[in-house]
Every structure is written in structure tokens, then in C-alpha cells.
Design a protein around this ligand. Sequence first.
Ligand SMILES: [Zn+2]
Length: 491
Amino acid sequence: MKRFFQLIVVLAGLLIIAMIYNTLTFQSISSEEVEDVQVELVNDGIAERFAGAIRIPTVSHQKVEDINYPSFLTLHQYIDASFPEIEQSLQKIVINDYSLLYKWQGSDLEAQPVLLLSHMDVVPVVAGSESRWEHPPYSGAIADGYIWGRGTLDNKQGVFAILEAVEDLLTKGYQPRRTYYLAFGHDEERGGVQGAGKIAEYLKSKNVNAIYALDEGGFITNGDQFGLPGKIAMVNISEKGIVNLKLTVTGEGGHSSMPPAETAAAILSQAVVKVSANKLPVNTEPVKKMLASVAGDLSLHQRVVAANFGLLKPFVTYFAEHMPMLNAFVRTTTAPTMLQGSPKSNVLPTEAVAIVNHRIIPGETGESVKDFITKVIDDERVNIEFNGGFSNPSEVASVDSLGFEIIRKTIKQVSPTDPIILTGMLPAATDTRHYGDVSDDAYRFIYAEINMSENRFHGTNERIKVESYLEAVRFFVQLIKNSDGAESDPD
Ligand SMILES: [Zn+2]
């Protein structure tokens, strides 16, 4: 017994030493100080031009037949008319009729190009919610220091801030060293297959290999919800994938007065319960990377937890059960969403069907999730198949790359609030995943300040501060200058 206690004391001592060592050696990815830069914009009417684009409702409806495709052509014409320098100097390639790709040729043919991405489509306004908008959703009203309407955040903001920055630089006579591709898809809100997917195919056919790609999927917000001081800029370095599994049980059918021992609905229900009770394993890597990015800004007790996040896996697993947000960041999630049995109360089902929606964490795939679920259900009466296609999680972009350093430095130079840079994993999906083959690294960040508790992405009263939009334009101007100033990666 004494031996046993001695062993426990030794193990506890080793654990404490490991935790202290981890805490002391926990390093920020980059903490080099950056001087602020003042970017003067030369063109007038920047906010008004953006507001005009909000008035063109390029809505991605669920049903294809509801989509007003000519509105995308109206937006194309509006862009041509708004940016005369771009129309004159950049090569415009219309992809799949409605998506736009611009090529701004750089002087250095050896330098890797840059991909600046966004999307032109917006989500519909929920029927019945129109009256709750302080300014109508397609008014493009400029009032109270904001530009209002659908697309002001997600994501005509990106399209117009990028174009406005390039127009500004062209007006100033700027000649880029790198080549810039500006790519604007028309169906991001429907999965991006027809827009970003086709643009990426085109770029691949031209052997484009960008040093980095920058798309939506992160923003500037208050640090307090993460326990951090001041503002934070979330630059996401990966995004989760999606797979829907269809579970089907077939039965004899017949009248419900003489049921078999288990109906198809009962067998299916057991499978759904098993799937819910047996979650996919916890993976602490994405959160560890995220915490490492802010190491220098954590308090002592936060540092201890952050530095030992891997060691604390049993606790993380426990808390994930009770905290949906933590759960989404540490594993592939499991959400049974649709159930169907017989159409009538006294009819036995000939088929019972459930759809289970999974958001896949980097490191796993649609196939590996299906294998896991098949083992968990362990019942040959339940047929398990993919429901439609699936998209695997993205690659995890490097935080040691030149591309990341350019983005980090530019945010710090342009933002008056000097935000802490937090690199994370996006639990949702964007167009970025289509560009994996044509870019070394892909980052997700839009220059907009968001109050996360207001939920205006896809929501009511979507709006952006005029000043925030102007800063976004300055951000892209400085980003291009920094990208041209930086040397190419040696490898
Ligand atoms: Zn979007």
C-alpha cells in the first residue's frame, strides 16, 4: 500500500513538473511589434458606391428556379461602371456566366501570386421579418454611421472593399510586383460548387499556385468573450467539413394492431440513440493552435490551462458534453436532424429514415466518420449511406508562413484598436475550401468589426459601420503593398 502511495506522489510530481515546463515554454507565434500606418484613400464616394451594390438583390435561394440570375449581370455592370480604372487595366474573366475573376498582372513573373476572395450572392431575408428591419434590407441606406442591408457583412463588403482598394492603387499609378487574382463567386450560400469551384478549376488549368488566399470567415470582435483584453482579430486557419449520413431501416409494413417485436421505427430509434450517446473522439489540436496564437496575451491561470490543453483532455471531454460551443471546436459533431417513419398512426413503416448531420474536424474525413458511425450502430438491419455529397475539412494553414505574417502585420498596421490576432478553426464552411489546390495556405478573415451577440450575419438589420468599411478598403490597400514588399518564400 505504501508503495502505491509513493507511486501516486511521484506521478503527481511528474505531472506538475510537466505542466510547469509546458507553461514556461508556451510561446506566441509572432509578437513582433508593428507601427501604425496611415493609408490615404484618393477616390470620393466610397460608401455610396458600396451602398449601390446592396440595392441589387443577388439572392441565393434554396430552389434554383427562384434565383434571379439577371440580377448578377446587373451587379457585373454596376461594377464595370463603378471602377473605370479596373475596367481599363485588369483582365476580367467571367466564369460560368455569373462569377467574376480579375487578373491584375504583376511586374515580377517569378513571384507567387495572391488570391483575394469574396462572394457576390447573399442569403434571402426571412419572410415576415421585413418589418423588423430599421431600414429595408435592399435599401443600402446610409444612416446613423452605418451602411444597412443584406450583404453589408456577408459578403459584398469583401467584393467592394477589394475592388475599391485596387481602384485606389490604380488611381495613384501603383504597379504591383505580384500578380493578384480577385475572385468573386455567385453561389457561396449554396455551397460554391458552380462559382468558386469553377473559378478554382480555371486557376488550376492555368497552373496558378498562390502564396496565400484570403477569404471571409473571421472578423474583429471584443476579446472579453474569450477572456482576452481589448479587441481580437480572428484569422481562421482551417474550417470544418460536412457530411450527412442517411440511416435507413426497412420493415414489412402492415397494420399496427399486430406489430412485430421491433418495428422499423424502433430499430431506427435505437440507432439514433447510439449515435447520440457515442460521440466521435475529442481532438484538442485545433484549440491548442488557437490558444498558442495568443499565448503572450493570456493571464497566468489562462496560460496554465492553454499550455496544458492536451494534458487536460479528460476534462475537456467532460466539459464538451455540457458546452455546445466547446464541443464544436474539439470534435466532429453529431446532430440527428431529420426523422421519418410511416405516414399514418396505424400503419407500420415499410421504411424508417434518419438524417444525421456531422461537422468534420480537420484530421477526419467523410469516410472515417461513416466507418465510426457504422461501428457504433453495429446493427446490420440499419443501412448507412452518404446523403448527397460531402465536403472534407480544409487543410490547416501555416502560422509560420510569409502569407500569415503579411496578414497579421497589415491588421496591426491599419487597425486603430491594435487587436490581438487569434488563429482558429471555423466551425462552418466557406468558399475557401475550393481553393486548396491553387494556394499554399488559405486564411479566413474579413476586416469588419462585429458584435457577436447581435448575430447580424444572415440576420435581421445586417449593417456595417461606414468607418469600418473604409478601414477595410485601407486594409486591402496596405495588404497589397505589404505583399509586394515581402520577399517570396525561399522554399
Ligand atoms: Zn459569406
